[in-house]
Ligand binder design. Structure first.
Ligand code: DQA
Length: 152
């Protein structure tokens, strides 16, 4: 099995997962991800390397995606935070870099009412799939899904 390298990319306000509004986003932190990965990877956790990046800036996220392309990163698990709903620039980047991307949200954005814009994603059409509503587990499921997709 070829070893794959995936980028776990987090956008604005996602540097404090577990502390930020835990009633919406959950109380688990990114430190819980390795154990969740072990549990969902079915013994395949050794087949992947993960690199992590978080930024509150739109341009920095685009720069990191371009760098991922240059470095031959195999896939991206991406929570773009509020840029999900607003950033045509990030969606344009995903459209050309040619790296399979899974869109992840801690909360189920479609179940959140009060602000209709939050239920829309500009990322979705540029991603192979979307996982929302499972907290940190969503990142682990995204990694698993990417690995399956790449071995199809
Ligand atoms: C989020 C949902 C977004 O609407 C919000 O702006 C975030 C987090 C999520 O993970 O549920 O920052 O992407």
């Amino acid at each position: 099995m070829t070893k794959r390298t995936f980028l776990i990319l987090n956008g604005p306000n996602l540097g404090h997962i577990g502390r930020r509004q835990p009633e919406i986003y959950g109380s688990r932190t990114m430190d819980d991800l390795p154990a969740l990965l072990e549990s969902v990877m079915g013994g395949k956790a050794g087949d992947i390397d993960l690199v992590h990046f978080q930024s509150n800036s739109e341009g920095a996220l685009i720069d990191r995606l371009e760098k991922a392309r240059e470095k031959g990163i195999d896939g991206v698990v991406f929570n773009a935070g509020a840029y999900t709903h607003t950033s045509l620039a990030i969606a344009d980047c995903l459209a050309w870099i040619g790296i399979p991307c899974v869109e992840v949200h801690l909360s189920n954005i479609w179940a959140r009412t009060g602000r209709p814009l939050r239920q829309q994603s500009l990322m979705g059409e540029r991603c192979v799939g979307v996982i929302a509503g499972f907290g940190i587990l969503g990142y682990a499921l995204g990694v698993r899904a990417l690995l399956e997709r790449l071995s199809d």
